[in-house]
Design a protein around this ligand. Sequence first.
Ligand code: NIG
Ligand code: FE
Length: 426
Amino acid sequence: MLPSPAPSARDLGVIFSAAWQTDPMSDRRVLVNLRGLLTPDPAQTWAVDRIPEAALAIEDGRVAWIGRASDLPATWADAPRVDGGGAWATPGFVDPHTHLLFGGNRSGEFNRRLAGVSYQQLAAEGGGIRETVRATRAASVDELVASGEERLMAFHARGVVHLECKTGYGLELEAESRLTAAYAELKRRGWSLDVTLLPAHDLAPEFNGNAEANARAVAEDWLPELVRRHPGVARFCDVFVETGVFSADQGRRIFEAGKRLGLIPRVHADELTWTGGAELAAELGAASADHLMFCSEAGMKAMAVADATPVLLPGTTLFLGMRDWAPARKMIEVGCRVALATDFNPGSCPCLDPLTILRLGCLQLRMTFEESFTAMTLHAARSLRHSDLGHLHPGARAEVLLWDVEEMLELVYWVGEPFRPRFCPA
Ligand code: NIG
Ligand code: FE
């Protein structure tokens, strides 16, 4: 099904993970000549360390020490030096919500949406998401892998070192299976991904609006069969719980089936209307509930108690031209560890740029730069249950970005600038 031998991410010139660039046994070096280092503190919720004139020691692909260069312990005196060129060092971004793989694109509906045709209306006419489903069903695994790898390279060039990626544009078993196979191949090529099964992304046209029968097929047939065909590929499952799509009750049954298969729930929740998605995520022990523009106060409090991460997607609010931004400040106030993500997809947010999301986090969700940055690193990684990503404290994967700016705040301040990070060289 796939060209053999397939080119790997490394063959394509992508430096993806410091961990596999060198022989781990001999990998011991110190990153020096840094203007500073900025990292969330994984032991706290919103604290960010800002270390001027910093150094960072790496051993076996992991951070071994951080601090002021003048305090570097003597044990590192003989380790090879890597010149940071006077940059700021930060952890790489983690994107905890993308729909990476799909066929076609929906630029054709853009002007109609500007003229006032709503997202729901387009879908009801058989366009919108239906158009992407048709194009995705027509795509081969090879085609999905090729377009997926191009998108991953774009994400990577902008500093994203790990992503969550969903299936969901197949809406029937064989197409969902091809999407899962394409993700398996991308993982095999070395991309750092978590895969989420989302065959309940919308009502499949074959069910003619019968959400109940559709939910039953997903729970009883499609999810078990996808896991059987592609063992170990997916870690999470997701359902679009929304008025006119799947109810909270149908979502609950699909998630329970997913949990029996070892899949951890993430919920598309309260995006266009309130449907109790946040409450459902808390009840299920979900890793996250995502979107949440119409989340209730009870829902966010329940999520804080259950430690389910709200993953907010301000690029989607912007692109859909909505006025209701997710209540990030309120969520932080009630104790949620808010994360941010692109929601990269062809319909509601065709955006591969973490800096756009970082800026919207500040400018529209009213998060400080430090909060927005923490939401796109530490809390994004936590929502995917990775404790060694999203920060640069000892033990973290040495996924280090180097930014050529005087102050890190400039990344959001120069609002249209396409800053690109350098990567800590091998
Ligand atoms: O996250 N809400 C559902 N899914 C996507 C959009 C799907 C599409 O329009 O293609 C989202 O916004
Ligand atoms: Fe989404």
